[in-house]
Design a protein around this ligand. Sequence first.
Ligand code: V55
Ligand code: FE
Length: 488
Amino acid sequence: MGAFPQTMYFVGLNEPVGQEASLTGLTVEGTLPPEVRGSFYRAVPDPAWPPKFENDHTLSGDGMVSRLSFNADGTADFAIRFVETARYLAEKAAGHAKFGKYRNPFTDDADVQGVDRTVANTTPVWHAGRLLMAKEDGRPYRVDPKTLETLGSYDFGGALKSETMTAHVRIDPATKELFFYGYEADGLASTKVSYCVVGPDGALKSEQWFDAPYCAMMHDFTISENYALFPIYPTTADLERLKAGGEHWHHEQELDSWLGVMPRYGDVAEIRWFKGPKGVHSYHMMNAWEDEAGLLHFDACLNSTNAFAFIREPSGIHLQPWEVQGALTRWTVDPKADGGAVQETVIGPPGDFPVIPAARQGRPYTHGWMLTMNPELQGPPLPGGPVGAMFNLLLRLDMRGGPPQALALPPMAGFNEPVHVPAADPAHEGWLVTIVDQQVGDNAFVHQAWVLDAGNIAAGPVAKVTIPLRLRPQVHGWWVPQAELDAA
Ligand code: V55
Ligand code: FE
């Protein structure tokens, strides 16, 4: 078979690695806070084989699950393995790619028609003692949290009807319930969306289906204490286009966005649709919460269009990356109203990968962290990731309006999405753990895990671990405290 395409999705930091590894006893430099004991799981797309199509991109990469464990003796372990999906195994048996374009099974080899084609590459989700590797186009794969061995496709013990579960779930900090949804729940380009609640014991308690206003890429959603909120942005799928061998997604700049709101334990028939601006798009929401007056606030990293060039370009939207406008944006609605328009307020800078403490999920919150591009950087950002440049500024935002705090990286270095680790003292904001990639020479990279004081990120890392391997950029991560791993 051929080589990987020499496009930005497969060169430099994005060059496929495909190397499974297990390292123990790595040195932790600095002072590791005692609370940072457990495992940081990461989902890393990494195509095992050169793609069938030259225009392939990051999101099709086979999922690898990675674990960075902080041990009792002050050392760290690192491991990474492929998720052995049905697709990965079929291509491994053949010795080359058999599945075609991103989310277009009509472009697959005839002999793999009907084989589960998800790549489980987006988020490691930990709930009720199970680790699931999720991607929005299919059901998750369960993996062993210790060995990272693949245990198979997961359907909640046969209970789940939906063919999909997205990679963005929400866990209520009080009830420990898992809230999730799946779009294109009964097939390609369908408007059917499943909405599910899983008990703290891991049992699927409810699954309801509703129709979205149109078939949209519903990458993330939110819950508040009393509501479930489903944003719809106009990145849309079309079955005829797929049958003709086209792209799964086109962005439609002239189509309305929507926010669907329902009581989180209610009936999907109660969903009220609030209208947002035309053409906007968000991958990730920071939080949703209710104020004392009963208004519902929905805080998202909103952009003027889809952030991914490989979605914009086939849609006829030709923009340079810096022409995409963005801001952390609040949509406020009265959940008791019968619909209407969202009230929009800019509350923060452009960027993505918002993080809050798990304990503030769905509640009013005082601080959030996110990644952005440093407007003052005197040198190039590090090329990599699905957008083409890695974020190089970490921000701590004061949601009450105080000034932000920032940690900047030098040119040719980038942050992956941090995870938040709570501190024992509730007055302490906890810790962030993030992988920092730095280019140090011609196709030479250093990858380190940094542990930061979440309340004082500007001080830089309190501890660092160098991972002596080539690492591809992650998508999302998850922190699992050691006590939860021991109990599972
Ligand atoms: C995203 C990532 C995906 C995907 C759809 O980051 C959207 C957004 C890694 O896979 O399939
Ligand atoms: Fe995501």
